[in-house]
Design a protein around this ligand. Structure first.
Ligand code: APR
Length: 239
């Protein structure tokens, strides 16, 4: 049995957003220098955008996949991996991020609800393929060999996120919910805190600013993810 500020903690659900990877050098979406400041998400991150201009969408995700080679996990990724190593299945990590920094930081369980940059979906054989490098409309599916059928394995606006049943099962059983580096403006992820509250969980938010859903959290830890996540994990490991 762990505890946080005297509250008993047995089952932890963690939700991360772009802010957990910001100190590794990956742009967030809605900060002043964010991705959606430079690109209109409706021209990039929707099925209609891909149908309208697939090469623009391929180029956008190719560039973000290439950038993964230039960045490394930070102390927040490593601290979360330490927590998971210490408490095993009692910790369930959900990320909205499509980068691979949680895995490279040591996390063995990562629930990518919005998909992954290092994966492509084939519309012919419906298989997801682990990929690296660039892809376009001439690329062949490594599984079925069809040409021009691959799309980024990213959950776009208007599509249903992955693993929702598992996520809600875990939210309904947790007694600690921690949101890290997410603005709380995109649902269903932004509503997870309310699900945790309904389950009677203690809710903690780590963010360098106040998020849209800050009012649903018992505790606000305002600061950078590298500093605040390391501190929170140290408290849980010490108790
Ligand atoms: N430490 C802590 N928090 C940080 C840091 C940091 N170093 N840097 C940024 N943040 C916070 C910002 O204050 C903001 O609240 O991270 C959050 C980033 O918010 P967004 O850019 O909106 O990213 P996110 O919440 O992950 O977006 C959710 O929106 O466009 C979709 O699919 C996309 O998964 C994404 C979803």
């Amino acid at each position: 049995m762990k505890n946080l500020n005297g509250f008993p903690v047995n089952r932890i659900v963690i939700l991360t957003g772009a802010g957990v990877s910001a100190e590794s050098g990956l742009a967030t979406f809605r900060d002043s220098d964010g991705l959606w400041e430079k690109h209109d998400p409706m021209q990039i991150a929707t099925p209609e955008a891909f149908a309208r201009d697939p090469e623009l969408v391929y180029r956008f995700y190719n560039a973000r996949r290439r950038q993964l080679r230039d960045v490394v996990p930070n102390d927040a990724h490593r601290a979360l991996a330490q927590l998971q190593a210490a408490f095993g299945a009692d910790v369930f990590l959900i990320t909205q991020n499509v980068d691979d920094l949680h895995e490279r930081g040591g996390s063995k369980q990562v629930c990518h609800m919005h998909g992954e940059l290092n994966s492509m979906l084939c519309r012919a054989c419906c298989q997801a393929q682990a990929v690296s490098g660039d892809y376009d409309g001439r690329s062949r599916c490594p599984e079925c060999g069809e040409q021009g059928t691959l799309r980024p394995d990213i959950v776009w606006f208007g599509e249903v996120p992955y693993h929702m049943e598992t996520i809600f099962q875990r939210l309904r059983r947790c007694d600690l919910f921690v949101a890290i580096g997410t603005s709380g403006v995109v649902y269903p992820a932004a509503g997870f805190v309310q699900e945790a509250l309904a389950a009677g969980a203690r809710t903690v938010e780590i963010n360098k600013e106040v998020s849209e859903v800050a009012g649903f959290f018992h505790e606000q830890r305002c600061g950078t993810a590298t500093r605040e996540v390391a501190a929170l994990v140290a408290e849980l490991l010490d108790n």
